[in-house]
Design a protein around this ligand. Structure first.
Ligand SMILES: [Zn+2]
Length: 540
């Protein structure tokens, strides 16, 4: 039998003014001074978590984070950091880097109607829409681009205003610059990378507290360690240069633009970057480091309890590297060796004392690769039988990492030579050639060879072209030449009017192929700018 509820004695007071009408204290009388009532509801699901709770929420809401790179990693990182209630979220990207349609399958902070909008601005709109309590700002990212930048504030001065930096960039020079800036500026760095189906993640420049490192040794039974102080391990503070003293050769560095990427892969790494940043920020030390932050607790408001107590239960991914193999659905965490005593930026013997005036892009292009004294991976700490996952691609000769932590470092790309310079007479403008190709005489006179990988050719191709990927082009030249000369079958003189025109995606690999063809005596020409410059050809 249903029992009807008692009628209310009066309308329930609203949090805003009803309690005042009844003579009761306002809603904020029930919450800590720096945890306003609206935060109680918004963050309730993480506030309920014993390992997080109001102490960490207050610390997080009083902290400042800088995300550099607003693409596949930066989007999920910003959305989750903003949703979690970081106090101040600054977004930086290269000036002029705007949202493109090709970004949208993975850069989930952007939308179709914001194509053409600068990425940092677009992402700021998305974060503000989720959480208006967060102070979101857009900052000039040119200081982190990696090139020489005379004048202006140094990168280390810029990062020093924040409690954590998230490196969500996609090039090696920027990674080293940001690393150096964070070391010199004294800021923890959450570094992520993803391309293809692989990703990696670690936290540089972070010293774990005594409790933070008080994890049971690998292989021991999993036991709670909250509040258990064990002898600290070696320092957890390492930097990118400690792990990878020199950048990879440019020929070994690819990008999502050239190598492709499955959208959820950077999504996974970006979300985990947000998680690590939250753990870093939700500690009292991070709050205390920014006393001038307008979002910091007012004077007289006690900061959260001691770092040791607040840190219990959450372990920052410092001096460890998480490797994600999306193709296999596998996560592996490996422990990195301690800081290098001769590290160029974080050791007492450092030679890098400022990023000012340093052209990191040129350095990353031209620095000869040297062997490191020891491999970066010390032991497989969790979950892996093998000490080094296949995706780290360790150079067995030197014991050094073959492909350091650039955006694409986890995938060993095929080295390729820089495209040769060709005389102007060997090159054709894309628009002019396309106009003649689509005439009966033009098509009949041309053997159009597309040297892109087969997968790209299957994606979209010029009608009538043939696909010979550049890797096997040189070997195929004799056969292709026969097809030219095969014009004999069509009658005398046919060979004289047929020509080999080589095209690729952007006009680089086609130059390699033209050089190979010319070396074999075939007077081939290529298309300037490749299919990217071909009028009406689908962009990808
Ligand atoms: Zn170092």
């Amino acid at each position: 039998m249903m029992v009807p509820p008692d009628p209310p004695l009066a309308a329930p007071p609203s949090a805003a003014n009803g309690s005042l009408a009844l003579g009761l204290p306002p809603a904020d009388a029930y919450t800590p001074a720096n945890l306003p009532p609206e935060s109680i509801s918004r963050y309730s699901r993480q506030l309920l978590l014993p390992v997080f709770g109001p102490t960490r929420q207050i610390a997080l809401s009083s902290s400042r984070a800088l995300i550099i790179g607003c693409g596949g990693l930066g989007c999920p990182a910003a959305l989750y950091l903003g949703a979690a209630g970081v106090g101040h979220l600054a977004l930086a990207d290269r000036p002029g880097d705007v949202v493109e349609v090709t970004n949208l399958h993975r850069q989930v902070g952007h939308t179709t109607d914001r194509v053409g909008v600068e990425k940092a601005e677009s992402l700021a709109i998305a974060v503000r829409a989720i959480n208006p309590l967060v102070n979101v700002t857009v900052v000039d990212g040119s200081a982190f681009a990696g090139g020489d930048r005379p004048g202006g504030a140094t990168a280390e001065a810029l990062v020093a205003a924040y409690d954590v930096v998230l490196d969500c960039t996609d090039n090696v020079a920027a990674r080293y610059l940001i690393n150096d800036a964070c070391v010199l500026g004294g800021v923890p760095l959450v570094a992520g990378a993803a391309v293809g189906t692989d990703g990696q993640l670690t936290v540089y420049n972070w010293e774990a507290s005594a409790v933070d490192v008080a994890r049971p040794p690998t292989g021991s039974p999993a036991t709670p360690v909250v509040g258990t102080l064990l002898p600290p391990r070696k320092s957890s503070r390492v930097c990118l240069r400690c792990v990878f003293p020199v950048p990879p050769p440019p020929s070994c560095v690819g990008s999502c633009d050239t190598a492709g990427v499955l959208g959820p892969v950077p999504g996974v790494i970006g979300v985990l970057q947000a998680l690590e940043a939250i753990k870093v920020l939700a500690t009292p030390a991070a709050v205390a480091a920014a006393p001038d932050d307008p979002a910091a607790p007012a004077p007289g408001v006690p900061l959260p309890p001691s770092g040791a107590a607040a840190a219990a239960g959450l372990t920052v991914l410092a001096r460890r590297m998480l490797l994600f193999d999306g193709a296999d659905g596998a996560f592996t965490t490996v422990t990195l060796r301690p800081a290098r005593p001769d590290c160029a930026v974080c050791s007492p013997a450092r030679t890098v004392t400022s990023t000012a005036g340093v052209d990191y892009a040129a350095w990353a292009r031209g620095k000869p690769r040297a062997a490191t004294a020891a491999p970066p991976v010390a032991v497989a700490a969790e979950g892996a039988a093998a000490a080094v996952p296949r995706s780290t691609d360790v150079d067995t000769a030197s014991g050094a990492p073959a492909a350091p932590a650039g955006s694409c470092s986890v995938v060993p790309f095929q080295p390729s030579a820089l495209p040769p310079h060709l005389p102007p007479a060997w090159r054709l403008p894309a628009d002019a050639f396309a106009a003649t190709y689509f005439t009966p005489a033009g098509a009949a006179a041309t053997l159009l060879v597309d040297v892109r990988p087969a997968a790209q050719y299957q994606l979209c191709a010029v009608p009538g072209s043939v696909n010979v990927p550049v890797d096997g082009f040189a070997a195929a030249v004799p056969d292709l030449a026969t097809r030219l000369i095969g014009g004999k079958d069509a009658g005398e003189g046919a060979a004289a009017i047929r020509r080999m025109v080589i095209v690729c995606r952007r006009g680089n690999q086609s130059r390699v192929a033209v050089a190979a063809a010319r070396g074999a005596g075939v007077e081939a020409v290529d298309i300037i700018g490749g299919l990217a410059a071909w009028p009406g050809f689908p962009a990808y």
